[in-house]
Design a protein around this ligand. Structure first.
Ligand code: AHR
Length: 658
């Protein structure tokens, strides 16, 4: 019907063009009967009444914007940590624990040298790491050394004038044999950096080294090579190499990906999953106690996403990630359900899991004189972390046994008894107790996100608050396209408008390694390879919403627009700002007559940030990372009523000062 109105409007405008100049100029080009003129005038008036408009009542707040909007959701999927955020450059550094066996470790020998490599499951550097990489050099010289090499996560990146910090555990049957570590380009054979480690003995010990590159070109196709200049057998494990990390953290994170997250201005990180929390089987869950302390004491574990996690990104590293972004964790605790329909019955059998969760909360929040706070301090972080939200499980509606009601109640009561101030989140509707918050997930087509954008407009306000803990419009692969960003934004206007009840949201999944074989779940917010990363259009939509939140939702009415035009308006009382988010999901520019009520003055210029593209399929890729990025411009505001046009296929934030 509205489309019909617009067609009608065009027709009328053509009609006016033909007649009105004659009328005002006093020169009638054609004879127009007074009856026809009156008809045209009536048409014209009805057009004015029906022109697309956005009315904003600044002095009429309808809800507080939740201080937890917006956030991040994360888990080990799509090589998000290993081969992603976690800075480690060596793939399968814990030898033989990966599902690929030694596929990332190969022999390094030339014409005049010889070596055998194998996995030795009789010796390893610790009780947790009981296997190792056995490298038996049978012929080698200084000029023709032999050893083993690792190809990294789809290549090892090398940059000029950069310091890489490395380490390995090793022992040998030929004490004193030196190990030369180098970074070598696969194509050119040029060595970018080299160091020699000495002092190996017959006992397992950790050795460290530094690799410094000179003016080498940037490249991602390098191997890390460890060689010996004479016959010897050397056992290696936990071979590690880190580039510079965000905030210079030891065992830290990739700088570009941390910067991309920081630009989203998130408020929290939901961690550590997702399915990754649950594991395929109960022993494969995220067993947090096995992810803390020295790396050599972390046994690693299989992720449900079909590869093994190094657990270098353990509980403390998640917390430090939050600390570096100045955000809070939303801590998901394992709740006795794993994906292969395995569950633990509520009651005594579940008690150890409940205790694990209580210990975990103490590890996060306890002072250094509590049992688990002391462990955290020993692990290198004396200060407790802020924590207000604890999620019990993940997507427990999948548990066909119906045990979640009982499991949730048991966790809820234990957590509330010990930590009454914590907000406890359920992952499925429950009856036994009333959760503080319910986590709801939506993975949608663009059509669904657009058509369901008002999903929460009529939600009952008497129930628990809602955390949209995973959601996305899934069009585009490996990362979502502009159509997804438009549909996401439409959906976000609905969440924002209702943020009295939608207290948190986090898009998922966050990351994907775009190399072949890197993705298990298509449509992910941020893509990367070994060297570079990019934000999808949906990422930029998150940046725009997260950077322009406001403190209160104000009443606004969008009228007479095409379908697929959406808006939500917030204000920031202290900063005297209005943030009008307008989504134009159509192929035509959308001119809106904007009226602002309840403000004594409005600044004559506004800031308009626009994300748009020529077609809904337009997107960003690793080779064209900036095809769709927000553009900022200043636009005139002629008074409390003004016109503003919004580009075809666009997400917009209009920031007004009042
Ligand atoms: O985000 C990908 C997966 O989708 C999550 O691991 C799971 O919680 C959901 O089903």
């Amino acid at each position: 019907m509205l489309t019909g109105n617009r067609g009608f409007k065009k027709t009328l405008s053509r009609l006016s063009d033909a007649t009105m100049p004659g009328y005002y100029g006093g020169v009638m080009k054609r004879q127009l009967s007074s009856f026809a003129f009156i008809c045209a005038l009536v048409f014209s008036l009805s057009l004015t009444a029906q022109s697309p408009s956005l009315n904003i009542q600044v002095d009429h707040p309808t809800a507080k914007v939740s201080p937890m909007l917006y956030g991040l959701m994360t888990e080990e999927i799509n090589f998000s940590y290993d081969g992603g955020l976690y800075g480690e450059l060596v793939k399968d550094r814990v030898v033989g624990r990966g599902f690929g066996g030694l596929s990332h470790w190969t022999m390094a020998a030339g014409w005049n040298s010889a070596v055998n490599i194998s996995m030795d499951d009789k010796t390893g550097p610790s009780a947790a790491l009981t296997r190792s990489l056995k490298v038996s050099v049978t012929a080698a010289t200084e000029r023709a050394p032999a050893g083993v090499q690792n190809d990294g996560f789809w290549g090892i990146p090398v940059r000029p004038r950069t310091t890489y910090t490395g380490s390995f555990y090793a022992k040998t049957d030929n004490a004193g044999v030196p190990v030369t570590v180098s970074l070598q380009n696969d194509q050119t054979g040029v060595t970018a950096a080299k160091a020699t480690v000495t002092g190996l003995t017959g006992e397992w010990k950790q050795y460290t080294f530094t690799l410094k590159t000179a003016d080498v070109p940037v490249s991602s196709n390098n191997h890390l090579i460890l060689t010996m200049p004479k016959p010897a057998t050397v056992w290696f494990d936990l071979v590690s190499l880190f580039p510079p990390t965000y905030h210079g953290r030891v065992n830290g994170n990739r700088i570009d990906l941390m910067e991309k997250m920081a630009a989203m201005h998130p408020k929290f990180l939901r961690m550590p999953g997702g399915n990754y929390l649950e594991g395929e089987h109960i022993p494969d869950r995220f067993d947090w106690k096995k992810t803390i302390g020295p790396l050599v004491d972390r046994p690693t574990h299989p992720s449900p996403w079909r590869y093994r996690s190094s657990d270098g990104m353990g509980l403390l590293e998640f917390l430090e990630w939050c600390e570096d972004l100045k955000i809070e964790p939303v801590l998901a605790v394992y709740a006795g359900y794993s994906l292969a329909q395995e569950h633990v019955d509520p009651g005594p059998a579940l008690e150890p899991y409940v205790q694990d969760a209580l210990d975990e909360i103490e590890y996060v929040t306890g002072s250094a004189d509590t049992k688990w706070g002391a462990v955290r301090a020993k692990n290198g972080h004396a200060a407790p972390f802020p924590l207000h939200y604890i999620e019990v499980g993940n997507e427990d509606w999948f548990d066909r046994s119906g045990s979640y009601d009982g499991r949730f109640a048991q966790f809820f009561k234990a957590i509330k008894q010990r930590y009454p101030e914590q907000q406890v989140i359920a992952t499925a509707p429950v009856k036994g107790v009333t959760p503080d918050v319910l986590d709801e997930h939506f993975y949608m087509s663009a059509e669904k996100s657009f058509s369901d954008a008002n999903h929460y407009d009529k939600t009952d306000r008497k129930g628990p608050k809602i955390f949209v803990g995973e959601w996305a419009t899934r069009e585009g692969d490996p990362t979502p396209n502009l159509q997804s960003a438009l549909a996401d934004s439409a959906w976000m206007t609905g969440m924002e408008r209702n943020s009295d009840i939608i207290i948190m949201e986090s898009y998922a999944p966050l990351f994907v390694n775009v190399n072949a074989g890197g993705m298990q779940w298509p449509s992910d917010l941020i893509g990367y390879n070994a060297l570079t990363s990019y934000g999808s259009p949906s990422y930029w939509a998150q940046v725009m919403f997260g950077s322009n939140v406001g403190t209160e939702v104000v009443a606004s009415t969008l009228a007479n627009t095409e379908t697929r035009v959406y808006a939500s308006v917030t204000r920031d009382e202290k900063r005297r700002k209005i943030f009008a988010k307008v989504v134009n999901g159509t192929s035509e520019a959308q001119a809106l007559s904007i009226s602002i009520e309840g403000a004594s003055k409005i600044a004559p210029q506004a800031k308009l940030t626009t994300l748009s593209g020529k077609t809904p399929n337009a997107t960003n890729t690793i080779t064209h990372p900036d095809a769709i990025v927000p553009v900022v411009k200043s636009v005139p505001v002629t008074g409390p009523k003004f016109q503003q046009s919004f580009a075809p296929y666009s997400v917009n934030v209009l920031e007004l000062s009042y």
